[in-house]
Design a protein around this ligand. Structure first.
Ligand code: PNS
Length: 161
């Protein structure tokens, strides 16, 4: 039988419980999920791509059905390399919609054979974003419930809290 492969791309700076939820739920529909950590030279991330990859692998408990890699350049080209026909994205609120709508259409224009599949973020996590997690943590707020335990430790260390 054909292996169903999906790519789940993002910045993951850092990985949140919202991302974890999407990865776990994707595994119910796909045999293999490639978590694709975007390398964006114009952004100054809190964690390097190597750190993010290790954090995601550790948080997932080294699940053999999940591959965590970084990619540079066009997402659709990376998806092709991974032989994935599906790009998975989580949708939180209406505010995500416009950006996601544009990206999905642009990716479709570039690669009509690759579909974008949206999953609604779980109701426990619809307000969680990496940006807010970093902001709240940097201001001394408690983000323990919003990120996996290893990411929480790394955040506290990096922010000197
Ligand atoms: O977690 P993010 O920052 O919302 O993820 C955005 C990401 C990495 C999925 C997006 O920026 C992306 O796909 N970048 C790769 C470059 C690319 O293919 N650009 C054209 C997509 S329209």
């Amino acid at each position: 039988m054909e292996t169903r492969v999906a790519v789940y791309p993002g910045s993951f700076d850092p990985l949140t419980m919202g991302h974890m939820d999407i990865i776990q739920r994707s595994l119910k529909s796909f045999d293999r999920v490639v978590v694709a950590v975007a390398v964006n030279p114009s952004k100054e991330p809190l964690f390097s791509e190597e750190e993010r990859i290790l954090q995601i692998r550790e948080a997932l408990g080294h699940d053999p059905r999940v591959d965590v890699r970084c990619f540079q350049g066009l997402l659709v080209e990376f998806a092709r390399e991974m032989e994935a026909g599906i790009i998975v994205r989580g949708l939180r609120a209406i505010s995500d919609f416009e950006y996601e709508f544009q990206m999905a259409h642009m990716n479709h224009q570039l690669a009509p054979d690759i579909e974008t599949l949206f999953m609604m973020t779980g109701s426990d996590h619809f307000y969680v974003s990496s940006r807010l997690v970093k902001e709240v943590c940097s201001l001394g707020g408690d983000v323990e419930a919003l990120v996996p335990p290893n990411v929480y430790k790394a955040l506290k260390l990096r922010m000197g809290k």
